[in-house]
Design a protein around this ligand. Structure first.
Ligand code: GLU
Length: 456
């Protein structure tokens, strides 16, 4: 404690200014409105004499010790978070640049099938990045609310897996790309009437039918909300207008529920003839939960962290479940453009027609969420896909496109050369040493700028 205290007591007044502590935490990626930071500082300050309005607040050594009892604050000040501060800042700066570059982009159309989406302000744009430790960077409309739509699907699948196990779940829903649009009635089900995967509408309806089945629907919905709340660190809202409109216009989804029920592929009470309609309505309600990019980024960070939520450290899903969810997001999360997205980005992601994209970067244990309502033809946010693409290219995050450069062999490929031109990884030599003719050798122990980039 002493060293940390001394390093922050820059005025040598035997106090740490609250603003100074917050600034130090901010540099590491922890925001002042992070619930853990607010709680830790709030509790510590409550032990001292109250400050006058307008008076700068400070912590004495005892209060500072109290703040350090919050593990994430201690780790942040010791430079021990999952993404080191310099890397987090570098990533944040890149996000800011991409945001600024894409802000004028007006291509694409907002979803027009229900009024709430049709009337959504089309130019909104927000990005949020959250790591497994809850380091958060956000820019633009990252706190603007939107209905979660299809981005609810991975979590419905996770809940079903946790409750029933993969074997049972996959007797009701498949694991393959559908090969068609997310709501295509001809391509959604296989020959036995089983939906192709949990990321298309039929699969999501079937999956939700497994979640807390047998329990009253309001209670089932509450558990879905609670699960999202556990991941995000705060409960989702609910977009009533979207729910009413989804329910009024959701004939296709009701049709899918009926088709599955007709073939015995929807888990339901067989004596309740309205059960397929109820299954569809449960799905509409789940799609209508309201979130923002910052909250969704924390949910994504939970997946990036193997199922442990960033703000509470609570295990929400097992590693096994999380792995399955990321796998299906990897092959079917981006509607009918999932194959191309996999080629260009190569990371698990899920999009929703409100204009959100949640991308998980497992290697870095973080998630990037964008919100921008204008969509491309597949239904993915135009700016959202571009953010993913540019970040992956800038930091070499595609899991299959940097192979061979860091395993002690210089393949001398064109891809390698282009990475080097972009300022990516140094080229390893046959001896396994990194040789970069463009740069002088760095003394042992020193961390070069190039090394920092390499981590991304
Ligand atoms: N509620 C929408 C539907 O079922 C979800 C659309 C989406 O985000 O993919 O049509």
């Amino acid at each position: 404690m002493d060293n940390l205290f001394r390093s922050l007591d820059t005025d040598r007044a035997n106090v740490v200014w609250k603003w100074k502590l917050l600034e130090e935490l901010r540099q590491s990626g922890l925001r002042g409105d992070d619930p853990r930071v607010e709680r830790a500082i709030g509790n510590a300050l409550a032990e001292g004499r109250p400050f006058q309005p307008g008076q700068p607040e400070w912590l004495d050594p005892n209060q500072f010790t109290e703040v350090l009892r919050e593990p994430v604050v201690r780790r942040a000040l010791e430079g021990d978070l999952v993404v080191p501060p310099t890397e987090f800042q570098e990533f944040s700066r890149a996000v800011e640049k991409i945001y600024t570059d894409l802000l004028p982009d007006r291509s694409g159309e907002v979803a027009g099938y229900i009024p709430t989406l049709k009337k959504a302000p089309p130019n909104r744009f927000g990005i949020a990045v959250c790591t497994a430790d809850g380091q958060m960077y956000q820019i633009g409309d990252a706190n603007a609310g939107f209905s979660i739509q299809s981005t609810s699907k991975p979590v419905s699948y996770a809940m079903a897996l946790e409750q029933l196990g993969a074997r049972e779940v996959h007797t009701w829903v498949g694991q393959e790309q559908s090969g068609g649009a997310f709501n295509d009635p001809r391509l959604s089900l296989d020959a036995a009437g089983k939906p192709q995967n949990p990321m298309i509408n039929a699969g999501a309806i079937a999956t939700l039918a497994l979640v807390e089945s047998g329990v009253e629907v309001s209670e089932r919905f509450a558990r879905v909300e609670q699960t999202w709340g556990r991941m995000m660190g705060r409960p989702p809202g609910f977009d009533h207008r979207t729910f009413l409109a989804e329910r009024d216009t959701g004939h296709g989804n009701r049709g899918l529920a009926n088709l599955m029920a007709a073939q015995g592929m929807l888990k339901m009470d067989p004596t309740d003839r309205d059960a397929p309609q109820k299954a569809a309505e449960f799905y509409f309600a789940v799609c209508s939960m309201q979130v923002d990019a910052a909250g969704l980024a924390a949910a994504g960070a939970t997946l990036a962290n193997g199922g442990v939520a960033p703000y509470t450290g609570e295990r929400v899903f097992s590693q096994e479940t999380t792995g399955r969810v990321l796998s299906v997001m990897g092959h079917s999360g981006m509607y009918n453009d999932s194959g191309r997205f996999s080629d260009q980005v190569g990371l698990p992601a899920k999009s929703g027609v409100s204009g959100n994209v949640m991308m998980v970067v497992p290697e870095k244990r973080l998630a990037v969420v964008t919100f921008s309502p204008r969509l491309d033809e597949a239904g993915n946010s135009v700016r959202g896909v571009e953010v993913c693409r540019q970040l992956v290219e800038r930091f070499g995050l595609h899991p299959y496109k940097s192979l061979g450069t860091d395993r002690g062999r210089d393949l001398g490929s064109a891809a390698d050369a282009s990475r080097r031109a972009l300022g990516g990884m140094p080229t390893p030599t046959l001896s396994g040493k990194v040789a970069d003719p463009a740069r002088p050798q760095v003394p042992a122990g020193a961390v070069s700028h190039r090394e920092t980039e390499r981590k991304w």
